[in-house]
Write a new protein. Sequence first.
Length: 50
Amino acid sequence: MLTEQMHEQVIYEATRTASTIAINQGLNPVEAAVAVVTAALAAAEKLGAS
């Protein structure tokens, strides 16, 4: 089970990575980050980590 701090770190890193990839591909970094965070939260919930 993820601790709250680990959960926040995973979300932060996923958001940062998604934004970087989006910028490099000419996409909207905010939309990419929102999509990744939404997916990360859903995965965490499914795994019982939230």
